[in-house]
Design a protein around this ligand. Structure first.
Ligand code: ADP
Length: 241
């Protein structure tokens, strides 16, 4: 069964009597272990789609199943629980608490989930992004790349199998962006499912599959040449079977 299955998703916003059709029939299936990049012009519906994927927003119509659960039938509490268990989020602006040490930022999702042994797990997550020795630093005492790595550690700490990243390298210079992408690629090799929005084709080229949006629709959905990997197996010629 697909990990993520969106069918005919529509999302219409109403603002001051004006209707904005942000998504106009999006169908998207993602299997476990895929690394998918999403590109498209500003206003094409990428963030709206990510918000629905991340169970942060609900579609106007259509169906979305995550790990076999029909998300559209869940109440807010069940949705929050599913989100915490299955999804890790990484944002362009890191979204770290500014007066809170790195380690406590990483522990936050475990606090929400009521998990004991938080310190140990948060340290392991910081270790995974090479920042164990920065655990007591405040976000302001870290570089942009380090802050984004802390944010990735926070996404990893619950051991959720899916990472949703919305322009994770948007605020980083290209060398730092490349370091952050090396971590994302490593997570992908470890079998995590990754969906990443980007404006930069060099970043998208590191994914295995590229989905392009325009005017609230998917206009293209193709393997990235030479990078296609399916369920951990490289497919010759980059063609998915
Ligand atoms: P992208 O991420 O590709 O830039 P968005 O998904 O943010 O695109 O936006 C798609 C369309 O929906 C745009 O026209 C945008 O103005 C509109 N939109 C997005 N969020 C809202 C909202 N909360 N209320 C009203 N309109 C919105």
């Amino acid at each position: 069964m697909a990990l993520i299955q969106m069918r005919d998703i529509e999302k219409t916003y109403h603002m001051d009597g004006v209707e904005v059709r942000a998504l106009r029939g999006v169908s998207l299936t993602i299997e476990p272990g895929e690394f998918v990049a999403i590109m498209g012009p500003s206003g094409s519906g990428k963030s709206t789609c990510m918000n629905i994927l991340g169970c942060l927003d609900r579609p106007t119509s259509g169906t979305y199943s995550l790990d076999g659960t029909d998300v559209t039938t869940l109440d807010d509490t069940a949705l929050a629980r599913l989100r915490n268990r299955r999804l890790g989020f990484v944002f362009q602006s890191y979204n770290l608490l500014p007066r809170t040490p790195a380690i406590e930022n990483v522990e936050l999702p475990l606090v929400y989930a009521g998990v004991p042994d938080r310190r140990e797990r948060a340290l392991a997550a910081l270790d995974a992004v090479g920042l164990r020795d920065r655990s007591e630093h405040l976000p302001t005492q870290l570089s942009g790349g380090e802050q984004q790595r802390v944010a990735i550690a926070r996404a990893l700490v619950t051991e959720a199998p899916i990472i949703l990243a919305d322009e994770p390298t948007g605020n980083l210079d290209s060398a730092t962006a490349s370091e952050v992408m090396a971590i994302v690629e490593r997570l992908s090799r470890l079998g995590m499912t990754i969906v990443l929005v980007t404006h930069e084709s060099e970043i998208a080229a590191r994914a295995h599959r590229l989905v392009q949006f325009r005017d609230g629709r998917i206009t293209s959905d193709e393997p990235v040449q030479g990078r296609a990997i399916y369920a951990g197996t490289a497919v010759p010629g980059g063609v998915r079977s």
